[in-house]
Design a protein around this ligand. Structure first.
Ligand SMILES: [Zn+2]
Length: 396
């Protein structure tokens, strides 16, 4: 059996990662966002220099997904997917686009989230190609846009899968997981609730209805609801649903009883819950709190964001192969769940079993001194190579 770690060069990986970090790709949704075009060009050049075919999937003007194709021995494909965008650089205490290396760590915006995953995938494919290794399935390496904002990149890719343009037997979605394998994660539904009152002079509050105080009742009700209901909905891997009141807005003046208060709910869903059904049931519950003579009047708005939860069956061939690849090179790595979302849920909904995996700690993502450990990134490349060389959907 090949030692894939011996076939991936840490120096080469560090060079590619440094070049990726040196190309700013802040998501245009954030302040100073340049977009992903520079990184997309770099990935195209890298893949073409290896002699791979490159497919470009336009997403919107100036933004495209880049897919490199390494042919396999048989039919079917394994997808390696990583996003090219990063969050903003405000407040960073290290140069965001220098790619400095200190004590085995490479620093910069996106180093951890998720350019190290992208670099590990590029190096894995490069090592297979230059060593003449032909994987059983074709490998599609997809560098996509817009994960940090509205998932437009993976959405275009998942649509192409749903329409049959691409067929994937499985996918690895690169995100910082410390080489653990995420096989289930939560989803999210976010919406506003407007609570209405009647304004009046605050010297005589009983002349009105205080919308902020009514909203407090709603918040307290939701806390009781969470304590009663969420434990019963617990998923064996990702745990219970949660919700947070993440924003509150109300009042017009210090001496006026407010007639409107808006609260924003972020409800995290678990696999098995449908986001829209969760919202509908919360809407019904909340509307049911109103009674014709009572002071509470509210409106529950349609969700402004839905992101689905996902899970892959633990006994599936993809999990089995990934467990063995991680076990060989990173024995600390576990198969687990996560409370956050990723591109994987969009691929799972398109029918592609998808696992989230990559070097780096989410605790370093989006931080002032974002960094990734270069040994860990090199190990990730070896694990990806091993999976690519071993994975067969039948598990045979
Ligand atoms: Zn990420």
């Amino acid at each position: 059996m090949n030692d894939y770690l011996a076939l991936v060069s840490k120096q080469r990986l560090a060079d590619v990662l440094r070049e990726l970090v040196r190309i700013p790709s802040v998501n245009p949704a954030f302040s100073g966002g340049q977009g992903e075009a520079g990184v997309a060009d770099y990935v195209k050049r890298h893949l073409r220099a290896l002699g791979l075919d490159v497919i470009v999937l336009p997403v919107e003007p100036g933004r495209e997904n880049v897919i490199g194709v390494l042919p396999g021995a048989g039919n079917g494909n394994l997808l390696l997917e990583a996003h090219m965008d990063t969050v903003q650089t405000d407040g960073m205490t290290v140069p965001p686009f220098a790619g400095e290396v200190r004590n085995g760590r490479l620093y910069g915006r996106g180093a951890c989230d998720t350019k190290a995953s992208l670099a590990a995938m590029l190096i894995a494919v490069e090592a297979m190609k230059t060593n003449g290794l032909v994987p059983p399935l074709g490998i599609h390496l997809a560098a996509v846009v817009d994960e940090e904002a509205t998932y437009k990149g993976v959405t275009v890719l998942a649509d192409a899968v749903a329409k049959g343009r691409f067929v994937y037997e499985g996918a690895i979605v690169g995100e910082p997981t410390q080489l653990h394998v995420i096989m289930a994660h939560k989803g999210c539904v976010r919406f506003h609730i407007d609570v209405f009152g009647v304004a009046c002079h605050s010297s005589h509050p009983s002349g009105g209805i205080n919308a902020i105080e009514q909203a407090c009742e709603v918040v307290a009700f939701l806390q009781r609801h969470a304590a009663d209901v969420y434990p019963r909905l617990a998923h064996p891997i990702v745990g219970s649903p949660t919700h947070s009141v993440t924003m509150i807005e109300g009042g017009v003046a210090p001496n006026t009883v407010p007639d409107l208060c808006r609260i924003t709910i972020d409800r995290r869903t678990v696999p098995g819950e449908e986001a829209i059904a969760v919202w509908q049931s919360m809407k019904r519950l909340l509307e049911g709190l109103q009674d014709a003579d009572g002071p509470l009047k509210l409106a529950v708005h349609e969700p402004f964001l839905i992101d689905h939860s996902m899970e892959v069956q633990p006994e599936s061939a993809l999990v089995r192969h990934m467990r063995s690849a991680v076990g060989r090179y990173a024995p600390h790595g576990r198969i687990m769940g996560a409370p956050y979302g990723s591109d994987a849920s969009k691929l799972v909904r398109a029918g592609v079993p998808s696992l989230v995996f990559g070097p780096g700690n989410l605790a370093q993502a989006h931080t002032r001194d974002e960094w990734v450990d270069l040994d860990e990134a090199t190990t990730a490349a070896a694990i990806i190579m091993e999976l690519a060389m071993q994975f067969r959907p039948s598990g045979s």
